[in-house]
Design a protein. Structure first.
Ligand code: DX5
Ligand code: ZN
Length: 228
């Protein structure tokens, strides 16, 4: 199983984004947290900024939308060139239709679940996505504590993937660091977002490699998993 480490630029220096992107060129994707001060109580950036990031980034873009009205806004992030667009089920009227539009444009479509959203509520639509992103903090801010009680949800998603022979990626976002990444990996996550545990370290690139090594060492073993 391949593991992916996606640093979140929420913890980067917003006036030196190009420089800080250069510090994580060994990452798999750069995670971009789009917040609208409505779905979450924080405001970051929108399509114009993401488009500029796209034009300078050497790694693909993993956009995480924490906004309302994804039916209207989410496909636009695929259009501007993001390789992956993940939106919250809690803020979307027709998640499957949005996923189809994102995929038609040529990006991966991800579905994010807040800590209070059970996997059972999306079980019927999960197969339409390229990634299920399990939040291990309440979305809105970096630097929060990892919610270990979400590991059961990751195990359910991994079990579903195995039972159905699907191949979506299982992402985890929030409080992932050198101590908690093993828990998420053992539960079945393969795609790890880390903000403060990358940009809060003296050497972000080394932090990426350390996290990758830890995730690989603790990865969940699943004989029947079909590799994406
Ligand atoms: C939180 C964001 C996360 C955030 C993670 O709402 O979705 O991507 O950047 O930051 P850390 O890794 O510091 O918890
Ligand atoms: Zn995020």
């Amino acid at each position: 199983m391949t593991v992916r480490i996606n640093p979140s630029i929420l913890s980067a220096d917003f006036v030196n984004l190009e420089r800080d992107l250069g510090h994580i060129s060994n990452a798999d994707f750069v995670h971009i947290d789009v917040m609208d001060n409505n779905f979450v109580p924080n405001l970051t950036f929108g399509p114009q900024t993401v488009s500029r990031i796209k034009s300078v980034s050497t790694v693909p873009l993993d956009v995480h939308l924490m906004i309302v009205d994804n039916d209207k806004w989410a496909p636009g992030y695929a259009e501007l060139g993001a390789e992956s667009v993940t939106f919250h089920v809690e803020a979307t009227v027709d998640p499957v239709a949005v996923a189809q539009r994102i995929k038609q444009i040529g990006a991966r479509a991800g579905l994010a679940l807040k800590p209070g959203t059970e996997f059972d509520t999306v079980r019927d639509i999960a197969g339409s996505f390229d990634q299920i992103l399990v939040m291990t903090v309440e979305p809105g801010f970096g630097g929060q504590q990892f919610m270990a009680d979400q590991m059961e949800k990751i195990r359910q998603v991994a079990q579903f993937r195995k039972d159905t022979g699907t191949s979506f990626w299982i992402g985890v976002d929030g409080g992932v660091d050198e101590n908690t990444i093993s828990l998420a990996a053992e539960a079945g996550a393969d795609t790890f977002v880390a903000g403060s545990a990358v940009y809060g370290r003296d050497n972000p690139s080394l932090a990426v490699e350390n996290l990758r090594k830890l995730a690989q060492e603790h990865r969940h073993h699943e004989e029947n998993h079909v590799e994406a």
